[in-house]
Design a protein around this ligand. Structure first.
Ligand code: NOJ
Length: 772
């Protein structure tokens, strides 16, 4: 392995190296010869003592250095210099193991305290192997699938020297215009909390420091998904009832699951920027939830306190963020912390003790992760891990588990493998590798990404003639200026200009085929950060293409690639089969081929309410009832008020019947729990998955409560004619909520409805009473 010491260096250097290694031994004194880190959970008392020992020896500047994180791009040598001078605790966006080792050597060999760097990266839905996007993983309604995916992502990332994922994103999103809805678990706090805890387990393993695992970072704390108008970065006004019961719930679940770090959000929350919001970062996170990890800012969000017109200048921005509870500042070029904290200590605005307390959890994480003992990675091992074929298999299985079947008239799906000799595959996303992956995929290998066209061809081989026509260009968001800096291969920029020839090629192809499979939706960069839309239409001329192909009279299957609900009102009435495949990842094409031809059965369910069109935004299932409930009239006179597809909806190639809802009690004493059971039978002809969902409604109390709230779900497989009894528990946890009237968490005496079924419109109903 390379070191930063120049070859041929003098005996002086050899002596320096010896002295340095002695210092490391002293810093790690009682622990240097302990069991190799990672095999067992670190002993917390030892972690603390080791951090104390380091802090005692560190200067104020060295402690402040640990609080800064820079992107590894920008002017050449900026990062190298800062690392060598001990001015950085962490670097982000380094993904080459040789480079993580090189920078790590600078930190370990050249700084007085030899403190290793923590490398962070946006490991959102995979590292080399790309899994379906997070909204898709939520559609699996299978937390264990999310754990598996993030376990693999962690292993691949750790192998190149990354110790920290900026995930999971836990922002609840009830406005699909917001581009980042694709990065989270959708609209519901219960599903969001389950997916949050599952991802923490995947990234971090059983404990922080587990081998082949990395730190997780819950983001964006908090309220980012409620941006007004769905406009990315805009402010949000969230009342306490929604904050506590909805927006903060997944974050609290992640803290309970032991997450190590949190990222402060960009937005102004109720007029106080989240990055300068002490109530959020200190009162809620540390005092109420007892979070003991550390908080990192979002990129440049400390300096942005000045742009928000919250801080007077960069100096004040640094002081405000620090005082609010941001331990580490993430920035491009330079941090405000490096410009303000030392002066703030001199001026008495911040104490040296406070700096030490901010640095402590960062050092503790480095100790838990075993970085002092194992700062470098083995490049050969990394190559092997990134190539593991079982990771690609896991990605395909995940994609099969996440797809949602929206429509299937006359059982067009699954397709017969012998009935269609000529198959037309049409659409701008059908053979686009980058769009199969989705946003936030950086270190993937495009060559191994399987498109829908490729997946279908390899499934059918010589059994059918599979031909392709793009039909239309897609309107693609202009690539970001950061793309080249990030090393992103530029996504093809197609324009809105359409070729009549291309369009008619597609309809001719459909005409001369036995079946048309259209792959439509949004280009990968049309959702994600800074990718909000004011429309939910199928982009460009996709709708026109769809209608023209349908007009040929050939059977048509629509496969959607998307990160948000799209306006498919017309398709929902005219296209017999619609499969939502999201952005399915590296093996997407193979997974979709398996699903279309019945080698896998769709079992995913929507993690959000699918609106009819953009005018229905925001529509979510857990709304309150009013003096004129929906049953007494429509909410809009010019449009249905029901969504196109309800939250929790998804069809299967089989059918399921729910019956025999039983409550172990109809009177429950507050604090006690009861059992709710239901029989579920597979009444169709194929083995398939169903997700049993339990919803409750508190009929009266100190505040109005949502018409329905998800409080339990289970996904399972049943063979044809198989029946099983599913059990749920309802108790204090499910019945307690934040009452804005009482300003307290309450479990109130009331009457409750309970429904169990396969989506949020479940009709199987019971009720019970809670007494104090
Ligand atoms: C900004 C994004 O908001 C955040 O989600 C991401 O982790 C950081 N940039 C780092 O890339």
């Amino acid at each position: 392995m390379k070191t930063a010491i120049a070859p041929g260096s003098s005996r002086m250097n050899a002596r320096k190296i010896f002295l340095r290694s002695m210092l490391i031994v002293v810093a790690c004194a009682p622990f240097a010869f302990s069991q190799s880190p990672g095999d067992t959970p670190p002993d917390e008392q030892t972690v603390r003592q080791r951090a104390d020992a380091l802090l005692q020896k560190m200067t104020l500047d060295e402690k402040i250095g640990q609080l800064s994180q820079l992107f590894n791009f920008g002017p050449a040598k900026t990062v190298d210099d800062a690392v060598s001078k001990g001015q950085l605790g962490s670097v982000l966006f380094v993904t080459d193991p040789a480079e993580t080792n090189r920078l790590q050597h600078l930190a370990v060999d050249q700084t007085r305290m030899h403190i290793p760097l923590l490398f962070g990266f946006d490991v959102i839905h995979g590292f080399r192997t790309i899994f379906p996007v997070p909204i898709a993983m939520a559609a699996s309604w299978d937390p264990s699938a999310a754990t598996k995916a993030q376990t693999i992502a962690a292993k691949e990332a750790r192998s190149v020297g990354i110790h920290w994922a900026f995930a999971p994103m836990l922002d609840i999103a009830r406005d699909p215009r917001w581009g980042r809805i694709v990065e989270g678990a959708g609209e519901d706090p219960y599903l969001g909390s389950a997916m949050a805890a599952a991802q923490v387990r995947g990234f971090q393993g059983d404990y922080i420091g587990a081998p082949d695992h990395i730190l997780a970072c819950m983001k964006h704390f908090a309220g980012y998904g409620a941006a007004i108008g769905g406009r990315d970065y805009d402010e949000a006004y969230i009342p306490d009832t929604l904050l506590y019961n909805v927006y903060l719930a997944p974050f609290h679940a992640a803290v309970k699951a032991g997450i190590g770090t949190a990222m402060s959000a960009y937005l102004d929350l109720n007029d106080v920027p989240a990055t300068g919001n002490r109530w959020l970062l200190h009162d809620v996170l540390r005092e109420q939830w007892k979070f003991s990890g550390f908080v990192v800012s979002d990129a440049n969000s400390v300096k942005s306190l000045e742009i928000h017109r919250f801080a007077k200048d960069t100096y004040q921005a640094g002081v405000y963020a620090f005082k609010a509870g941001v331990n580490m500042e993430m920035a491009l070029g330079f941090t405000a912390y490096s410009k303000s904290l030392a002066t703030a200590v001199e001026r008495g605005e911040i104490t040296a003790q406070e700096i030490e307390e901010a640095a402590r959890p960062i050092l503790e994480m480095k100790i838990r992760l075993g970085l002092f003992e194992h700062p470098y990675v083995d490049e050969a091992r990394s190559k092997q891990i990134l190539a593991m074929p079982e990771h690609r298999v896991a990605s395909r299985l995940a994609a099969e588990r996440t797809a949602v079947l929206l429509r299937n008239e006359h059982e067009l799906l699954p397709l017969s493998k012998t009935a269609y000799k000529k198959i037309a595959v049409i659409g701008p996303l059908a053979d686009s590798k980058i769009d199969t992956l989705g946003s936030w995929a950086f270190r993937h290998d495009l060559a191994e990404t399987v498109t829908v066209l490729e997946g279908l061809k390899s499934k059918l081989g010589s059994q059918a003639e599979v031909s392709f026509a793009q039909g239309v260009q897609i309107r693609r968001k202009t690539p970001s200026m950061l793309d080249p800096i990030l090393g992103l291969k530029p996504a093809p920029v197609w324009t809105d200009q359409q070729s009549t020839e291309e369009f008619s090629n597609a309809t001719h192809l459909a005409n001369s085929s036995d079946l048309a499979i259209l792959v439509l939706g949004e280009a990968q960069n049309m959702s994600g950060e800074s990718a909000s839309r004011e429309s939910l239409d199928l982009p460009g001329r996709e709708e026109e293409l769809l209608e023209a192909v349908a007009a040929t009279g050939k059977p048509v299957v629509l496969v959607l690639l998307n990160g948000r609900p799209l306006d498919i009102k017309w398709a929902s009435e005219h296209i017999p089969a619609i499969l939502d495949a999201w952005y399915p990842g590296t093996q997407g094409g193979n997974a979709i081929a398996n699903l279309l031809f019945g080698d896998a059965v769709p079992g995913g369910k929507l993690p959000f309410t699918w609106v009819r069109d953009v005018g229905q935004v925001s529509t979510y299932y857990a709304h309150n009832t009013t003096q004129a409930p929906e049953s007494q009239g429509k909410r809009y006179w010019d449009e249905e008020s029901t969504p196109l597809y309800p939250f929790g909806y998804g069809l299967s190639y089989s059918t399921f019947q729910f019956s025999n809802l039983k409550l172990s009690q109809t009177q429950l004493k507050s604090g006690d729990s009861m059992d709710v059971s239901v029989d579920v039978e597979n009444t169709g002809a194929s083995t398939a998955d169903e997700v049993a969902q339990l919803y409750i409604h508190q009929q009266y109390g100190s505040t109005s409560r949502p018409v329905r709230e998800l409080k339990g779900f289970q996904r399972f497989t049943l063979a044809a004619d198989e029946k099983k009894t599913v059990h749920f528990s309802i108790g204090k946890e499910e019945l307690t909520y934040w009452s804005t009237a009482k300003k307290a968490w309450v479990e109130e005496a009331s009457k409750f409805d309970v429904w169990v079924g396969g989506n949020s419109n479940a009709t199987l109903h019971g009720d019970f009473v809670v007494t104090q």
